[in-house]
Design a protein. Sequence first.
Lengths: 272, 311
Amino acid sequence: MVNAALDLAATDGQTVSRPAPETSPLAVRGLTVSYGEKPAIFSVDATFPANAMAAIIGPNGAGKSTLLKAALGVIPRLSGEVAVFGKPVESARDRIAYVPQRASVDWDFPTTVIDVVMMGLYRRVGLLGRLTQSLHAQAQECLDRVGMADFTHRQIGQLSGGQQQRVFLARALAQDADLYLLDEPFAGVDAATERAIIDVLKSLKAAGKALISVHHDLATVTDYFDHVFLINVRKIAEGPVQTTFTGENLNAAYGGRLAATHIDQLQLAAGA
Amino acid sequence: MGSEFVQLSLTPLLIGIFASVACALPGNFLILRRQALIGDAISHVVLPGIVVAFLVTGVVAAIPMLIGAAGAAVVAVILIEAIKRLGRIEPGAAMGVTFTTLFAAGVLLLEQSDTSTVHLDVEHALMGNLESLIWFKAQGWHSLLDPVALAALPHELGRIAVVCAAMIVLTVIFWRWLKISTFDEGFAEALGLPTSAIGLGLVIAAAVAAVAAFDAVGSIIVIAMFICPPAAARLMTNQLKAQVLWSVVFAVLSAVLGYVFAGYGPLWFGGENAVSAAGMIAAVSGLILALACLFAPHRTRIGVAKEEATA
């Protein structure tokens, strides 16, 4: 079908200016994960678009982080398939950068800011490869991009929450990937950090990267994102913000837990 | 002091140092992973394994002991998992129940079995026999170059030296994997690192160190060295590399001071008999930790972080 359509376009004599349909940076089929007896996510299908910022939205315990972690193989899946740029995730690891939840690590760990950023280079340098001067410079540049250049040798426990989040983002930048997976990058950060982070994310998108972020704040969805994926254990809806971020879908995802007045204040898609 | 020192004190001192360092190295990562109790558990479950190995083979030999200890460790891991899942008990409590029970079983077995012909009893299990590991054939420092004398070195020395060297090499080779999977397991997993294998490998390395050290110096030193030097080292620095180096310094210091205090301390205070070197080494490591708690430069890091965050 797709080939036929392309042929048709070609015979019309048009130059094929549009790039060939890109493979999705992240596609999952029938993904099911269970922590105990109840599934955390159940038979989820998702296809995230290339070169876009996508938000995964849903109430607490809906399986937003679980979806991200299971797709990455950080937690085991009961069933389902994951494709990253059309390949199994194992052979696409070099193209993925990951920003875990800030609260998932012990910030009292004896290490410095630059050390954490260098961890983003570990896949490239291997177990015993030398961390050369130029790799150090790369890591420092990633710190510059998130506005943390002055904190290079600070112990990570001496940073504020927002600064810690920026360090995690700098580490993901050091991974130099094509797909960025972020788990609540704006959770508990100050306004200045939120702006710094969104600027970096937008510059990544401008550079042709794909971004998928677990997101909590419904008020900023329209401003920040192009694509939404609504989940509550099962998939509720997915698609462009303009058509999918509707009151109806939000009600379906949150099960009426959102106050009607709150929904009214959101910049929802037309026709909600 | 030359020849007497070489004959009586050199090998126990070296064995004490190697055992301390071999345990302190994996201890750094166990503590940062909040798994300090695993080292404790391992050193306890080693006892029933060794007793069973003795009952089966009838001799106290290295290989059966290692196999017995490994078998006991496997039983312990299975028991801990089973108690955790079936009883829905938190991991620390499951470990506590398992290792004390197995250790008690080991003591009972030991008392009931006829070990009068060999050097295996409860006291030996706890304290080791560091002081008896002397170098009979040594006549002075020149014996270090004499092949005949070297061949008569206590075999415990060679074994613990090899294990200590292996711990150093493994720590250096797997440094990045250990560091990243200890700090941020989810990120390590996303990088494609074998985090489960790294965690298991760390526990196995700790078990090997525990068994090798147990053989020479008993379980008290093992328990102390897994925790005290790394915990004191953590208070000295905010850098992992420096922490590991400090922990080695503290382990060596504990071994040397502990051995000297045990041999000469009671004499200084008018006593007549030396006390257990292994016990004194463990006590010194605890003393170093106490001093670090009081005077080390990075004791108040949590408070500092909070102040700066709110500033």
